[in-house]
Design a protein around this ligand. Structure first.
Ligand code: SF4
Length: 370
């Protein structure tokens, strides 16, 4: 199954409307976090470090709908925490489908199989399953033995029942490009609609800071992974954003492109940084000092960031900025990026250490929590 034409058309029509209205800043995807609670404790997560009284809170569906209407973005991504732990998640999803929003429900899939009956297949609903690579890499990343198998089984069942399913992968320092490429093959064989990739962001609250990628290392890693692409790989990302990850083009950050609403309100300035909260979406857009953010601003918290939540909206905006952007996108959509140097480098890479060995090399002290 490919992205429905109706979704592509909705996004294209929305962006063109914003441009015709001369709107300089507009949201593309609302990141709606209806809870921070999770059934995993990933070392890279900056969301689950809140105190217990925050972690047990659930955003009521009416508040979710209010935020979605205030924002107006055509796509709503529901991360968390683990959204399937929200006792009213099916009501939230139904309400968003009724509002014709395209939903990406981000889940670690530990509960997906047993909760699938709460949902009905719809072109508006996609389960975006968090999988950080092949079995040993994913289990290491989420600190849970067996997490990969549970997620894969849930993907199989969701695809079998006719749901749209994508994967969502965060890559950290030490990621093995050959293994990531083999992971792409595994996911396409499972029948997922597309794959999403992002380098991790060094949340201040997250432990194990030594695992985060620096910008140049990010570009090198993604060049090895995404050059010499196989035709059967389908990505659920703007092709221009992928060129940015590979170091083939520069993009500025568009933090308002994917605004975040969570239990504290509208988060400034973006999904990964917390520089206070606004009470309304209008206040977020009008009163945030946007020039203080993005790598070009000199803000040290932005220097190594290449997150899709900051830069993908810039890529989409470029697509619709004129013929040049449109043609760049068409070319990038079909390009396989042949790169003999990258192929040779990939070939010569020494066998990657097991992820647990990497932790020992880094001197980190990470406990298994399975
Ligand atoms: S560069 Fe990254 S951290 Fe900085 S505002 Fe943009 S998305 Fe947020």
């Amino acid at each position: 199954m490919a992205i429905p034409i109706s979704q592509m058309w909705t996004v294209a029509a929305y962006v063109l409307k914003q441009k015709l209205q001369g709107r300089k800043r507009y949201p593309l995807v609302l990141m709606l976090e209806p809870l921070f609670r999770c059934n995993l404790a990933c070392a890279g997560c900056g969301k689950i470090q809140y105190p217990a009284h925050i972690l047990k809170q659930n955003m009521p569906p009416e508040e979710c709908f209010r935020a979605v209407e205030e924002c107006g973005a055509p796509i709503v991504s529901i991360p968390g925490g683990e959204p399937l732990l929200h006792p009213q998640i099916h009501e939230i999803v139904e309400g968003l489908i009724a509002r014709r929003k395209y939903i990406y429900l981000c889940t670690n899939a530990l509960l997906l199989k047993e909760k699938l009956h709460l949902f009905r297949p719809s072109k508006y609903l996609t389960f975006s399953v968090h999988l950080d690579g092949q079995k040993e890499h994913h289990d290491f990343s989420v600190c849970r033995e067996g997490g990969y198998e549970i997620a894969v089984e849930a993907i199989r069942e969701a695809v079998r029942r006719g749901f749209r399913v994508t994967t969502n992968t965060t890559l950290f320092d030490g990621a093995d490009p050959r293994s990531v490429r083999a992971f792409f093959d595994e996911m396409m064989d499972l029948g997922v609609e597309g794959m999403m990739l992002s380098p991790g962001y060094a949340y201040e609250k997250a432990p194990n800071q030594e695992l985060w990628l620096q910008r140049e290392r990010t570009k090198k890693l993604f060049r090895l992974i995404l050059s010499n692409r196989k035709k059967q790989w389908v990505f659920n990302l703007s092709p221009l954003f992928m060129e940015f990850l590979m170091g083939l083009r520069e993009l500025a950050c568009t933090p308002w492109g994917m605004p975040t609403y969570n239990l504290f309100g509208w988060q400034r300035p973006c999904y990964v940084q917390q520089d206070g909260y606004a009470e309304t979406f209008q206040e977020l857009m009008e009163e945030t000092e946007w020039e203080r953010y993005g790598p070009e601003s000199g803000n040290p918290k932005c220097q190594n960031c290449m997150m899709h939540s900051g830069f993908e909206a810039t890529a989409v905006n470029h697509t619709f900025s004129g013929w040049r952007g449109f043609l760049d996108t068409v070319r990038a959509t079909f390009a396989l990026y042949p790169d003999p140097e990258a192929a040779e480098e990939l070939e010569k890479l020494p066998p990657a250490p097991h992820p647990w060995e990497l932790v020992q090399i880094g001197g980190a002290n990470r406990e298994r929590t399975s």
